[in-house]
Write a protein that binds this ligand. Structure first.
Ligand SMILES: [Zn+2]
Length: 213
């Protein structure tokens, strides 16, 4: 926000006046987790390029067939995981653990830890599932401070990572089969849709003349 204020103070003022809960993830009252949905839309758009200009029935067949293949591939991938969490979350935890190993920690009570090192010293609270850096509370994936605290307490990582990131949740997301249409043969891509013939203005005028004249 400081950088934005320097570049465009009017825009910064406008954003401050608007409700930050509407555009700032850390102030959102709901749980947003760590999923970026625009990637899904981009993948669908890229897939649909190949079916551009085909009849609608063929387009539906095309989408069904491709989604069926995507679901099957992702289901197989989730089944092949030997880790506790999804591939992306495991990678994130490994990177953060690397930084956590350079930190020091002091335990305050059963749930609270004071972690030193990194960009700032932080208070990790496992009862509240939060860290003063803000990352743990927003993502539901422990930040490097929380990882340091978990390791020092000798707890398993699965006790602090939100269950939605587990590999069985990934599998369940793609568990449903998308069945192909075998009842009706689709119209093939060789048949092209022709636009309707427009009614010209002079025809309309002539019929009016015919009515009144
Ligand atoms: Zn933190």
């Amino acid at each position: 926000m400081a950088s934005l204020t320097n570049v465009n103070p009017a825009l910064a003022a406008y954003l401050n006046e608007a409700d930050p809960a509407l555009w700032y993830r850390v102030y959102c009252p709901g749980d947003r987790y760590n999923i970026k949905t625009s990637n899904i839309a981009e993948s669908i758009t890229s897939m649909l390029k190949k079916a551009k200009g085909y009849p609608i029935t063929y387009l539906i067949e095309f989408i069904t067939k491709n989604l069926g293949r995507w679901y099957w591939k992702r289901r197989e991938d989730a089944l092949s995981l030997t880790t506790t969490f999804s591939r992306g979350v495991e990678y994130l935890l490994a990177v953060r653990e690397h930084y956590a190993d350079m930190m020091t920690v002091k335990r305050i009570d059963v749930w609270r830890f004071h972690v030193h090192g990194g960009q700032r010293d932080c208070l990790v609270d496992f009862e509240e599932k939060s860290c003063s850096c803000g990352v743990f509370g927003v993502e539901k994936i422990p930040c490097s401070h929380a990882i340091k605290a978990v390791k020092s307490a000798g707890w398993h990582m699965s006790t602090v990572v939100e269950a939605y990131y587990r590999k069985d949740y990934v599998y369940v997301s793609y568990a449903t089969n998308i069945m192909p249409n075998v009842e009706h043969a689709p119209i093939g891509p060789d048949i092209r849709c022709i636009p309707p013939i427009p009614k010209r203005n002079w025809q309309a005028k002539e019929s009016l003349v015919g009515l009144h004249g």
